[in-house]
Design a protein around this ligand. Structure first.
Ligand SMILES: [Zn+2]
Ligand SMILES: [Zn+2]
Length: 347
């Protein structure tokens, strides 16, 4: 398998632009437009509603699962059809996102972006991408994974989830590792984030938990069905609660494995810096390096409380930071361990 070093080698004849997107030429500007357009839609204002919908969906699927066993024949068939309809809809959505449409255009844009990155992010960040992106590409059975440094819409517009956090996204069949502009500016934060992200792809079972719990949601229906078969409606309710707890524990175990992978490959000091960055984000500090934290806003406190409540009702995707810090505090390599063949993990 040939795995190129992401973002390190200019892949086109474009002139490098050391001054960032503002000084970019038309080809770079077009590439940025294509890459920004591939980001999944995300609206922070709609987060509480999205979390509430997820809760209702989980409860609905547990009920439908139980209905298959406990209802009369017509209702049972309707419940079954409802579950099948949801699974088809979610499956089609997943396939659409991973589809091949626009693959060529995306690859060209990503190559142009890769060529200008050396002028936009520190060398340490590019080196970290070189250590971890090949593992992500290998896990997804691709020749390479692209690094996309998502620009900050600020300083006038608020930061988004994309400019502040890492994520992996596979639009048009391309593996795009999205690293926000703010973590990308801090090599230790970037390194620990990319090492953690690579862990997501190394542990296949973690995806299965995600599918069962949050993507296809089949686990909720299965829990309702099994619980109802064992103990009627109370059994279904108990099974739903047990699935909530067990799948959350599994999710957190997976995320902890990713943290430990980061400690193993980047060393605990870098991971600690990464946790410090996350703590700043959670505290609402601006992620932009060098800018002072804003005064705490009273009007945002109730919204934050509602979000926290809904997040905990769903089950947070990552363990609380304090727990992550405690679990990650293992004797690892004192400094940064360079990636060797040991990092060539398979998904
Ligand atoms: Zn930002
Ligand atoms: Zn994670």
């Amino acid at each position: 398998m040939t795995m190129s070093q992401p973002a390190a080698v200019p892949a086109s004849g474009e002139e490098q632009s050391p001054a960032g997107p503002a000084a970019a030429g038309p080809a770079e500007a077009e590439a940025e437009r294509v890459l920004a357009a591939m980001l999944p839609p995300f609206d922070a204002g709609k987060m509480p509603a999205a979390l509430a919908v997820r809760l209702v969906l989980a409860a609905g699927l547990v009920t439908a699962g139980a209905g298959v066993v406990l209802s009369g024949p017509v209702m049972a068939w309707l419940c079954l059809a409802g579950i099948a309809g949801w699974l088809c809809q979610a499956g089609v959505q997943m396939r659409k996102e991973a589809g091949q449409a626009g693959a060529g255009e995306l690859a060209r844009a990503a190559a142009v972006h890769a060529a200008v990155l050396p002028g936009r992010v520190p060398a340490g960040t590019l080196a970290a991408a070189g250590r971890h992106l090949p593992a992500i590409a290998a896990a997804r059975r691709r020749d390479r994974a692209w690094l996309y440094v998502a620009p900050c819409p600020g300083p006038d517009a608020p930061c988004t989830v994309f400019c502040t956090t890492p994520a992996t996204w596979t639009p048009g069949g391309q593996v795009m590792v999205i690293l926000g502009e703010h973590p990308a500016a801090l090599p230790d934060v970037a390194a620990s984030a990319l090492a953690h992200e690579a862990g997501h792809h190394a542990y296949r079972w973690l995806w299965q938990v995600h599918y069962a719990r949050t993507t296809l949601n089949w686990g909720w229906a299965a829990a309702g069905l099994a619980g109802a078969a064992a103990g009627g409606w109370p059994g279904a309710a108990i099974a739903g609660a047990v699935f909530w707890a067990v799948s959350l524990l599994a999710l957190w175990a997976g995320e902890t494995s990713c943290d430990l992978r980061a400690v193993r490959t980047e060393g605990y000091p870098a991971v600690q810096v990464g946790f410090g960055y996350i703590a700043g984000l959670l505290a609402g500090h601006p992620a932009r390096p060098g800018t002072p934290p804003p005064a705490p806003s009273r009007s945002r406190t109730p919204r934050k409380a509602v979000l926290t409540l809904l997040d905990w009702a769903n089950g947070p995707a990552h363990p609380p930071l304090r727990l992550r810090r405690a679990l990650g505090a293992r004797p690892g390599p004192p400094g940064r361990a360079r990636a060797g063949p040991g990092l060539q993990v398979n998904r």
